[in-house]
Design a protein around this ligand. Sequence first.
Ligand code: SF4
Ligand code: SF4
Length: 357
Amino acid sequence: MKLIKIDKKSLKEGIDKLKRTYGVFGPVREKDEFEFKALGAAEMPDFSFSNTRMSPKAIVYPQTQLMFTYSLNDADDDCRILKEVPMDERPRAVIGIRPCDALAFPLVRRNFDTPEYQDTFWVKAYEATTFVGLACNVPCGTCFCTSAGTSPFGKEGLDVLLVEDGDDLFAEALTPKGEALLETAGWTAEAGGGAEEKITALAATANEQISSTVAFDNIKNREILELYNAPFWEEEGFSCINCGTCTYVCPTCWCFDIQDETYGKSGVRMRNWDTCMSPLFTLHASGHNPRTKKVERVRQRFMHKLKYYVDKYDNGIQCVGCGRCVRLCPVNIDIRSICNKMNNFDSEACKCETASS
Ligand code: SF4
Ligand code: SF4
């Protein structure tokens, strides 16, 4: 493993060099929270964060994305012809993304970039991005990444992994994109002996601090209808207020809605993040709505992440264990307990209980 040592005092110099080639994004403090933002000329990423409130998915998949423009003016030659809005395809670098959020990109890629279908907006933005991770030396109490496919020092989805060690950072390039970024920043000084051992010790300490776990090993073997009809959905869905917070903050939620907005004789077609927690999400043009009840929408969110996705891709759950939805749900609905309930559900015992009551 080739490790580079970066003195934090020289971080600004390297990031200034990166800004000449890349659009650079990083975590910045916004009142009491942190968010990923495009860094201005004088701005630096602030590494004193646990994780951001919103995930950095918007860097690749904006909350609102203009796709096409059109004219409704019959005098125009291109009247009623959709014209693609040019994308910003310049290279961009995300500095300080946490390993859980980085893993979310290859996970959602299974939806946006398939052999049959490619979402060119997502794919072009993803391919233009270099992901520079920051290992979590001190994970949050709600993190459960170690049972969701990664870990505080996980590398999947990253081009570079940075590890903080006092006044220094260690950097490991994980891909050619990552090597190019380190070269561009001028971060080339090899770390001396002992760096690898230090990182191993920091990783072990971080892993020990993850206190939340989820189990999903039984979910794949269960019949869909067995879980779909489980009685615990009423209880879980009762307190949900359908605010959609859990889906908007989630790095692995990918649903969107496409809308046209016209202004006089011209218009734009855009896509906006949508949420399966909204009753309008499944409203058909006919007026029929297959999920009118709140409990049906709550069940859909968890069945999609923990059962339908698991069955379709056979590659873990559609969750990276970032804990945002656990922290931010206003009524404390907790994916960890729901996952464990789904995993341990015993429909036979349930039938017996119903029969004897
Ligand atoms: S954040 Fe909580 S209350 Fe809001 S939609 Fe999600 S589960 Fe329901
Ligand atoms: S479902 Fe919750 S814990 Fe899992 S990735 Fe989404 S926000 Fe994070």
